[in-house]
Design a protein around this ligand. Structure first.
Ligand code: NAI
Length: 466
């Protein structure tokens, strides 16, 4: 008899979701965690960064109040105060999560776990004591860490990761953000709102390169207006620390090197899997550049050994981890959960403006179905009352298979992340524009822009030129 029906290594989004669902299904669950329950997302990822972004929005609202006829001035940004607010949010959620986990009868095992047998995890506690536990099923959910580039040393003072950026007690005068992906754009946005001079370095030709090209262009336009400097097609070469900051050498488009200076450099070039030294390969788990290779059902190929979350190649998003964790728990319990469609996972960059998407980009759809077999429509938020009220610009871009369903929805604008739920439904239900067009959207909401875009694609544009 194993100690648990399900033994989970890591209590981040993937691991704890699996634990909660498994317990709900009547399985006995052991959850191994060396740090706090909740993992990256809750403690050093999604939640605290979105709190910072909300504080940034408050700063912008104060600074721009005059545009709305309100007299206000932004007197300053009290970073310890901002951090205390973010910490308060995290600690309330952490308390709630801890209560949920104990309430469901899950056994939390504190310490660093490693795979020590086909169905066994050995856990080293903080005091060095070791104990082994067995599970009928094991779920690997050890998460990810902020990675760096070869030869680029993170000193935690001048050259920092997003985790260290969350602990800054001041607003830097100037920052170089290395990497124009999701983390880079979100921090660039926060620091600019707080008054810093920000330069983004991105090796590829555009910011948020995984998004539809139109979204990258719109974000770049908005960032330029906000006086964020962007150097795209600019690979990083090296960094040295100076008396009061960093000097960063980059290679420009013409191959010439130039040196940029700032108080800090944030390294945001992706996140690597936490799989080193955890005994995975020794027990037959196949790794590819450190990531755990699984089939579409999160199976590793080793009997009763599953993997979920950021260690599995694909989108490194908390909600993907939740879904995989729930899926694996249901598989173990003998249910028949629907397979997870990776393309149907919504993506949101919470910068100002926000970028949100689900499904295929125009380029991906053209590649998959042929350029002549797809159609796109862009509805400008200029025609949307609520967006005008908020003074935000952007669009809804739809990608449709000719005479077929909508296969991609791409949004840019303040607050559009909140619209992704309906977009996901439309994508997931393989709706045709004609199916969405008759749905009534409340006026005036930004959500209405989604309805209007589908009306237009169905040939019935209301507040847009046909
Ligand atoms: P990322 O993969 O989104 O972006 C990294 C960027 O760095 C890429 O655009 C890449 O081209 C660039 N880069 C790499 N090497 C470079 C070099 N030598 N010089 C210049 N640029 C270089 O990774 P990021 O932003 O670090 O985020 C990590 C993960 O966390 C992502 O998978 C992301 O989806 C997830 N995340 C999601 C959030 C959200 O959903 N809102 C928020 C924060 C992170």
């Amino acid at each position: 008899m194993a100690d648990f029906d399900v033994l989970i290594l890591g209590a981040g989004s993937g691991g704890y979701a699996c634990a909660l669902r498994a317990a709900q299904l009547g399985l006995t669950v052991g959850l191994v965690e060396q740090d706090k329950l909740g993992g990256t997302c809750l403690h050093v990822g999604c939640i605290p960064t979105k709190a910072l972004l909300h504080a940034a929005e408050v700063a912008d609202s104060a600074r721009e109040a005059g545009q709305f006829g309100i007299q206000a001035t932004l007197e300053g940004v009290d970073m310890p105060g901002v951090n205390a607010y973010a910490d308060g949010v995290v600690s309330r959620l952490h308390k709630g999560l801890t209560g949920l986990i104990t309430g469901r009868g899950i056994t939390v095992i504190e310490g660093r776990g490693r795979l020590s047998g086909p169905n066994e995890v050995t856990v080293t506690a903080a005091d060095g004591a070791e104990a082994s536990y067995s599970g009928e099923n094991l779920v690997l959910a050890s998460g990810s860490y902020p990675r760096t580039l070869p030869g680029l040393e993170i000193d935690g003072e001048r050259v920092i990761t997003s985790e260290q950026a969350l602990r800054l007690d001041r607003v830097p005068r100037s920052v170089i953000v290395l990497g124009g992906g999701v983390i880079g754009c979100e921090f660039a946005s926060v620091w600019r709102s707080f008054g810093a001079e920000v330069t983004i370095l991105e090796a590829l030709p555009r910011l948020v390169p995984a998004e539809d090209e139109a979204c990258s262009k719109a974000l770049e336009r908005a960032f330029r207006k906000r006086k964020i400097t962007m150097r795209t097609s600019t690979p990083f070469q090296s960094v040295t620390t100076t008396d009061d900051g960093v000097a960063v050498t980059v290679e420009g488009a013409n191959g010439e090197q130039s040196v940029l200076e700032a108080e800090l450099m944030l390294v945001a070039v992706g996140r690597g899997p936490v799989t080193d030294g955890l005994g995975f390969e020794e027990h037959g788990v196949h790794l590819d550049r450190g990531f755990v290779v699984t089939d579409a059902s999160c199976r590793t190929g080793v009997a009763n050994l599953w993997a979920v979350g950021d260690i599995v190649p694909g989108l490194q998003l908390a909600h993907r981890g939740f879904q995989q964790g729930i899926f694996v728990a249901e598989m173990i319990a003998g249910l028949d959960p629907a397979p997870i469609d990776e393309t149907a996972i919504p993506r949101v960059t919470y910068s100002r403006p926000e970028v949100a998407s689900v499904g295929l980009t125009e380029a991906q759809a053209a590649e998959r179905h042929g350029a002549e077999a797809i159609k796109t429509l862009t509805y400008d938020l200029g025609g949307n009352g609520k967006s005008q009220i908020l003074k935000t610009q952007g669009f809804v871009k739809l990608v449709q298979r000719v005479d077929g369903p909508v296969v991609g929805i791409h949004l840019v604008g303040d607050r559009v992340g909140e619209l992704i739920g309906e977009a996901q439904l439309i994508y997931g239900w393989e709706a045709h524009p004609e199916d969405v067009a008759p749905l009534v959207h409340a006026h005036p909401t930004q959500n209405e822009a989604l309805g209007e875009a589908h009306l237009a694609l169905a040939g019935k544009a209301l507040h847009a030129h046909s």
